[in-house]
Design a protein around this ligand. Structure first.
Ligand SMILES: *Cc1c(COP(=O)(O)O)cnc(C)c1O
Length: 429
């Protein structure tokens, strides 16, 4: 076991980490990052298998993104967005609309994914309020979903993994359809959609919107489901006049092999949330895109304005980073890279299928998942991954990787090899 460094000791007496007890453990000090590598304070280098939670798609310190941020820093790092506008924000919103699924007409910028989800929920509720249906304010979500950690977002996360019991009485009571059981490559039967369909039909008069993660459910279970399910959801929403919110905060910007996961099903949502990879992992930033119907309702009904406005809305540094990331997605062969990563993940994770304790191995685009029957022991597994020279951060029964798109074959093998080796040792322990 490593001796904790000074940094880690100071951290443990002053700092709180995500989903951690007051003093987090195990914990590693990181000094810098470049390309697909994290350099720890003790000099060890780790190949990053997490892209800092889906975000660093171009790797760390990409010179094009850094140059854009530096140039913007020389002009203005920030200015309020109420009554003022600027080139980085306008051009970013124009470009997001150009690449987003059809029918999305306007962009609301915010600071993080959870806030983008709050905004999406508010847009949906305000739409129905403006249309004279204030009673339509419930949401229909999917079990196994994850939409963020603020209260509105939490209220549509899976009730079990989202620990709704802990916040009983505070969270809004929404509706939850069963997790879609049809796998990505499988057909979607009437049975697969029946639970969803029944809830939608029974509650349509009180529903503002359906909210889901298209194709890939992320932090709620790393589960991939059939595009046909999503197509049927879109058709049911249309038939019953319910809005569809697509949360592409994890999937947006190429991760699944398409720019947006909705494209697998060839559907467009009424409201779209993006975040995570928006700035290529440079800084926190998010956006909520709305359809013409949503914009028109909110603009014409009471109170005629959308009731939201973060202090740091449209931050110019974040807009510059996001614009530079979109430049890279427009000029670099990310589709081929993601396809190559998918092939490498399939081959590299295949040996895990034979391991005792492994329930499932699945790959979609640049996402590889090994699902175990029992939760991993993080105190053992986390340092073992570091010793193997990779950064992998499992949660519960899920050991997964979504590396930067720029990872090369040798580094990808190091990631998959480490997963196979560490899990083999874990299975034998
Ligand atoms: C990460 C995530 C969020 C929340 O984003 P934050 O930036 O962490 O607030 C919401 N939805 C999905 C699908 C996510 O993966």
């Amino acid at each position: 076991m490593d001796v904790p460094s000074d940094l880690v000791k100071r951290d443990r007496s002053a700092v709180w980490h995500p989903y951690a007890p007051p003093a987090a453990s195990p914990l590693f000090g990181v000094a810098s990052a470049e390309g697909v590598r994290l350099r720890l304070e003790d000099g060890r280098e780790l190949v990053d298998g997490m892209s800092s939670w889906w975000s660093a798609i171009h790797g760390y310190r990409h010179p094009h993104i850094e140059a854009a941020v530096r140039a913007q820093l020389d002009r203005m790092p920030h200015v309020m967005f109420g009554g003022l506008t600027h080139e980085p924000a306008v051009s970013l919103c124009e470009r997001l609309l150009a690449i987003a699924p059809d029918g999305l007409e306007r962009v609301f910028l915010s600071d993080s994914g959870s806030v983008a989800v709050e905004i999406a929920i508010k847009l949906a509720l305000q739409t129905w309020h403006a249309r004279g249906h204030p009673e339509r304010r419930r949401l229909l979500a999917l079990r196994g979903g994850y939409h963020g950690d603020t209260f509105g977002a939490m209220s549509v996360c899976d009730p079990v993994t989202g620990m709704h019991g802990l916040f009983e009485g505070v969270l809004a009571k929404h509706l939850f359809a069963p997790r879609p059981e049809c796998r990505f490559d499988a057909p979607c039967t009437d049975d697969d959609i029946a639970g969803f369909e029944r809830l939608l039909k029974d509650h349509r008069d009180e529903l503002a919107a359906v909210i889901l993660e298209p194709i890939v459910q992320g932090a709620g279970g790393m589960w991939f489901y059939a595009p046909e399910y999503l197509r049927r959801v879109r058709a049911l929403c249309d038939a019953h006049d319910v809005l569809l919110i697509a949360d592409e905060i994890a999937t947006g910007f190429g991760r699944t092999g398409r720019m947006f996961a909705c494209e697998h099903a060839d559907v467009a949502p009424d409201i779209l949330c993006v975040g995570k990879a928006l700035t290529g992992g440079t800084m926190s930033f998010a956006a909520t895109l709305a359809s013409e119907g949503v914009c028109a309702a909110i603009g014409s009904g009471e109170p005629g304005v959308f009731m939201h406005g973060p202090t740091f809305m449209g931050n110019p540094l974040a807009c510059a980073a996001a614009g530079a990331s979109l430049d890279l997605l427009a000029t670099e062969p990310w589709q081929e890279r993601v396809a190559a990563i998918a092939t490498g993940l399939e081959a590299g994770l295949a040996p895990c299928r034979e391991l005792r304790g492994v329930a499932d191995v699945r790959v979609l685009g640049a996402i590889g998942v090994v699902e175990l029957r029992e939760p991993v022991d993080m105190a053992v597994v986390q340092p073992a991954f570091v010793d193997a020279g990779v950064w992998i951060r499992p949660f519960g029964t899920l050991v997964y990787t979504m590396p930067p798109f720029v990872i090369g074959p040798a580094d990808l093998e190091r990631v998959t090899g480490a997963i196979a080796t560490v899990l083999a040792a874990h299975a034998d322990a």
